[in-house]
Structures are given as C-alpha cells and as structure tokens.
Write a protein that binds this ligand. Sequence first.
Ligand code: ADP
Ligand code: MG
Length: 308
Amino acid sequence: MDQAEGLRNIMNGRKLALDSLAGSGGDLLSRRAPDRNPLVLSISSGKGGVGKTNIVANLGLALARQGKRILVLDADLGLANIDILLGLTPRYTLEHFLSGRKKLKDILVPGPEGMLILPAGSGVPELVDLNETQKICLLNEMDQLSQSIDWLLIDTGAGISANVLYFNLAAQESIITVTPEPTSITDGYALIKILATRHQKKNFLILVNAVVDEGEAKEVFRKISLVADRFLSSVSLDYLGFIPFDKHVPTAVKKQQALLEIFPQSPAGKSFTELARILIDRPFRNRNEGNVQFFWKQVWQVSNINLT
Ligand SMILES: Nc1ncnc2c1ncn2[C@@H]1O[C@H](COP(=O)(O)OP(=O)(O)O)[C@@H](O)[C@H]1O
Ligand SMILES: [Mg+2]
C-alpha cells in the first residue's frame, strides 16, 4: 500500500467515525446541515491583551442567541484560554486528536447557548508542522463538523506568527481587533501590512475595543486607515464597530462566565448583541465559496509559501 492509498483509507475510516456522533456535542451535531457553507471568521490582533478572546466568546454567544450554530476554534496556541474564560474544563484538546487518541467529536466542549468549542491546547504544533495524516484526518472530520455549523470563529492569537497569518489568509473574513492604545494601533497595522504586502490579502474588518464611545472608536479607525491608505495600495479596511470599555467585562472574566450570560444589558453586552446583528446582516464576500474543508486546504496551501 503506497502512502496515498494509506491516506485514502484513513479518510474513509474517519468519515464513518463521525457518522455516529454521540456524547456532549452529539445533539447539536446531528441537527440538519445548513444550506450554505459555514462562514469562517478569524479574529486577530497585532498586540496581545486587546480583548480577542472576550470578543470571540461573547460574539459567538450573541450569534448563537440569534439562531446561528457556532463552532469556536481556540487557536491561540500556547495561550489557549477561551475555556477558562467560559468556566469550561475540556478533558481533551486538539493535541489528543492529532496524536490519534481521540475523535474530534470527543474533544468538542459544549459552551453556553449550544456553542461548540474546539480547544487547541498548549501542546499543539504550528499547523505547518502537522504531518500529512494529521492534516487529512483534521480536514475530514472538520468537514463533517461543518455540516452542523453556520459560523466558525477562530481566535488566532496575536502577532505575526505563522498560525496567525495562515488563519487570516484562509478565512473568508478577517477581523482585526485594535484598542485606542498607540501600540495596539501600530501592531495592528503591522499585521495588516504583512498580510497585504507579502500575501496579497486586501480586505480587513476593523473592530475597536475598549473605547469610551463611538467617537473614539471612529478616531482609532481613522488613524489606522489613514496610514493604510497612504502606504498600502488597494487595501480596504472596513469599520465593523466597537465595544466600549466596560468594567463588567473583567468582572465576568473573574467569574469565568461569558459577559452576555451574566450582564447582557451592560454597555459591552449590548454592543456584542449589536455586533452579531451587523455581522448577520452583512453581505459577506465569498459567502458560498468552499466549505470548511476548503478552508483547511487553504490554510495548508498558504503554509507552503514562505512566510519570512
Ligand atoms: N471592552 C472591555 N472593557 C474592559 N475590559 C476589557 C474589555 N475587553 C477586554 N477587556 C479585558 O482585557 C483583558 C484581556 O482580554 P482578552 O480577551 O484575554 O485579550 P486577548 O485575547 O486579546 O489577549 C481581560 O482581562 C479583559 O477583562
Ligand atoms: Mg486571548
């Protein structure tokens, strides 16, 4: 048996495995497939600590409350913490799947409002380092999963590491999170610049977090788009919205519960609900282009290009 045949066999075997989904995520996964392919959104930032994980958790919840089936991939490798934020205790992580010890459905953790969380864990290698078998298994099981979700949200982590770049390049839409801090703006710009100049990514959605009001958010957006217009040809930055600075956010973090669960009427809570509405109404480019398998293929395709 040659290597290709071996991989095909693995794919077929894995396909059967997900046909009989049961356990924690089973009910959700057995719901009917959406007519359209899931939308893949990456949430990134240049600088760490700007609120990505909070945004992914609460935006996911807000989207779920508005009827969307959500899968969250916690891909902030090394700093994976969405489970901690939501008070979840995953028994297994992507690491168990990649080592062949668990099926993908076994590592999914059900979160609030039926959101599914795929915890990456801290021992997961950069995606570029996965071997062929791991890639195919992940592709195949992800593809099965995609039958039961509407949106895949990816917390990519911060900076310009290979993983952050791959996910941004492969996602249908990239949300770049910035705060009014000058370092957050310059680092956010640096991420956009690398994606635009080295990898021809042209469209970004800017989400401004921890601002006093919309005026401050628009000012932050104006700053980043001024520089982008000046130095990056044909890059298009869209203002997505803002989340106000709100003391309820750290309070919810300390309680290990999603803000939207315990303070839905707080200023930030209302903004997440509004943001979900904006995203649902948004006519996304490439909405029907490819499925989640297509997405992962893109990830690995771009991982073959030189990122240095
Ligand atoms: N809108 C906000 N208002 C107040 N505090 C916030 C807000 N967004 C995030 N934070 C706080 O900032 C810290 C970092 O948030 P986190 O989501 O972990 O950032 P990242 O994932 O980008 O590293 C957390 O302690 C959180 O409570
Ligand atoms: Mg984080």
